[in-house]
Design a protein around this ligand. Structure first.
Ligand SMILES: Nc1ncnc2c1ncn2[C@@H]1O[C@H](COP(=O)(O)OP(=O)(O)OP(=O)(O)O)[C@@H](O)[C@H]1O
Ligand SMILES: [Mg+2]
Length: 232
């Protein structure tokens, strides 16, 4: 009997790393240093990764405060973007020489995989998940992994609907029906409509997993990740 073994070689992947995983409510030092060790290990095997980090609680605190002070939506979004870039720098600090020191402010600035690119948001109007989908397109990545604070995509927000059902796989067209059309600074959503449209248009293989090191590694390397595959 033949045993099926998935051996992934020379992977080129973009990871959308939730701010909720990196720093919510407190900075998760244990996760960040474990993540840096994982990335170093993967790179030694020839795999290449680019990381887009979200804003987490810091972003939402500042967005909420600015909104209450009367700031317009795009101004609030810009504050959130600053928070994502702080989180990106924490990952860069942990990665040392493996990462580019500079946080790119646009996807256009990113040219190659030589070192690990770590970035946050770019401009108002979409989430860092959409930035990750744009970066995956730009770099012609073969995989996009979204690591977040739930274990996959559900039929509705599982925090608000205890009866929501988890999908092992979901067609990208179905996913588009699930996500909110309108962007709002600091929204808490599994993916935003812009990210899903980019995934659909560019047929980016996408997995949504819980932001735990073992699941992120499994998602990247073809193992059992217990998350959701977006079928494109
Ligand atoms: N259909 C859905 N399936 C799964 N989660 C959903 C769904 N709809 C909404 N959510 C919510 O999306 C949340 C995950 O997104 P959230 O934006 O809060 O975290 P993140 O993207 O990991 O971090 P950050 O946005 O801070 O970078 C979940 O905690 C869940 O409450
Ligand atoms: Mg988010």
């Amino acid at each position: 009997m033949q045993c099926k073994v998935n051996v992934v070689r020379d992977l080129r992947a973009v990871l959308s790393l939730g701010g909720s995983v990196v720093a919510s409510p407190e900075i998760n030092l244990e996760f960040i240093s474990g993540f840096a060790s994982l990335v170093k290990r993967l790179r030694r095997k020839g795999h290449r990764l680019a990381v887009v980090v979200g804003g987490g609680k810091v972003a939402r605190d500042y967005i909420g405060a600015a909104r209450r002070l009367g700031a317009e939506e795009s101004f609030c979004d810009e504050l959130g973007i600053l928070a994502t870039r702080m989180n990106a720098r924490l990952i860069i600090a942990a990665l040392g020489g493996e990462a580019y020191r500079r946080v790119p402010e646009s996807v256009e600035e990113v040219k190659e995989w030589e070192k690990v690119v770590v970035m946050g948001g770019t401009v108002p109007g979409h989430t860092t998940d959409a930035v990750a989908a744009m970066l995956a397109t730009k770099l012609k990545a073969e995989l996009l992994v979204n690591a977040t604070n739930v274990d996959g995509i559900y039929s509705a927000d599982p925090k608000k609907n205890p009866d929501a059902k988890k999908y092992d796989r979901i067609a990208v067209e179905e996913l588009l029906k699930l996500v909110d059309r309108e962007h709002k600074a600091g929204i808490s959503a599994i993916l935003d409509a812009k990210a899903v449209r980019i995934i659909e248009e560019n047929r980016i293989r996408t997995l949504v997993v819980k932001g735990e090191l073992s699941r992120i590694e499994a998602a990247l390397l073809g193992g059992e990740h217990f998350g959701t595959e977006v079928v494109v």
